[in-house]
Write a protein that binds this ligand. Structure first.
Ligand code: DAH
Length: 339
């Protein structure tokens, strides 16, 4: 038995030299200490020993067992370290490698221009006002002094939800909401979506965007309106831009005008872009009609105001020379990515 134990210990010492990883450590443990292992075999022989032999042999078995256990613990630790070393070497990160490209989003061109327009007016002390896309006929037409038989009220022009509820056809009802909610001084712009029963083509969309402006205070005059919009046009289209106010008609303003800017492509000479006229129409405006002020609870004897409304889609198309409004709503990344 002694010899058996010695040869087990010797072969353990031989085996342990060749251990390379944790899997081999485990195989070694099973071979020597496992249920069917070499040490278990030896122990089985204990029963055959005499009373006198037993204590001495028992001690020897324990010593060999302990030696094997210790050896295994040690080799386990160094195998772990070796494996960690390999792991660290193979998994090193080269921080100087170029990173893989991260695709970040693009702002939609309408938002780019809207941000620019907001900045211009916020810089002049305006606040942003908002209103719902589903509006009352009263706010969209009646309170804005629109004649009862105005063609824009018809089903062929306006999307009706029920008799007196529509999808707003303009952002002008936000004027009504603002004036009904507060007394002057008022100085707001109201950007938002509008809807009209139009056929979709290169320049028309049943859903489009407007930006409304409203200023009401004591002694507001047409000169304030002209100065404001001229400043705006120069900021958005360039400092050399000239403006022209052409008389027009809107039910909610009196007098009313349309504003043209000198063509930023040819400088006013006349080109394909401005259809030879040298001018490009950009918005409608006027002095708020006394009927509108009165209807919204503001005394027209005490206060006056101006208003304007512009198409965001149109201004963006002009600014970026986009030839088709449908590009805005098709979400084609090849288009969006250009901005
Ligand atoms: N709401 C008008 C439209 O949709 C645009 C407009 C014109 C708004 C003159 C105004 C304004 O506030 O004063 O055509």
């Amino acid at each position: 038995m002694k010899n058996q134990l010695n040869s087990i210990l010797e072969s353990f010492k031989d085996d342990i030299k060749n251990i390379k990883d944790l899997k081999e450590v485990e195989e070694l443990r099973i071979k020597f200490l496992g249920k069917k292992g070499l040490m278990t075999d030896v122990m089985k022989g204990m029963g055959k020993l005499s009373q006198e032999e037993r204590p001495e042999m028992g001690k020897l078995v324990n010593d060999v067992r302990n030696a094997i256990e210790e050896g295994i613990e040690k080799v386990k630790d160094s195998a772990k370290e070796a494996m960690m070393e390999i792991k660290l070497q193979t998994e090193t990160i080269d921080v100087t490698m170029p990173a893989s490209e991260i695709e970040i989003g693009h702002k939609h061109p309408l938002n780019l221009v809207l941000d620019e327009i907001k900045d211009i007016f916020l810089g002049m002390g305006y606040k942003i006002a908002e209103g719902p896309e589903v509006e009352t006929v009263y706010n969209n037409f009646d309170a804005l002094n629109a004649p009862k038989d105005h063609p824009s009220r018809s089903m062929s022009d306006t999307f009706y939800i029920i008799d007196d509820m529509i999808l707003r056809t303009q952002t002008s009802p936000v004027q009504v909401r603002t004036m009904q909610a507060q007394q002057p001084p008022i100085k707001v712009i109201a950007p938002g979506r509008c809807f009209r029963n139009d056929e979709l083509d290169a320049t028309h969309s049943p859903m489009f965007h407007q930006i409304e402006g409203l200023v009401v205070d004591k002694d507001i005059t047409m000169a304030d309106l002209k100065g404001t919009l001229d400043t705006f046009a120069k900021r958005i289209f360039g400092s050399q831009t000239k403006t022209k106010f052409r008389p027009h008609y809107f039910p909610f303003t009196e007098p009313s005008a349309e504003v043209d800017v000198s063509c930023f492509k040819c400088g006013g000479e006349g080109c394909r872009f401005c259809k030879g006229s040298g001018w490009i129409e950009i918005l409608g405006c006027g002095m708020v009609h006394p009927n509108v002020l009165r209807e919204c609870g503001i005394n027209p004897e005490e206060y006056s105001g101006f208003a304007f409304g512009m198409g965001l889609d149109r201004i963006t198309m002009l600014k970026y020379e986009i030839d088709d409004i449908r590009h805005f709503f098709e979400n084609d990344m090849r288009f969006i990515k250009q901005f």
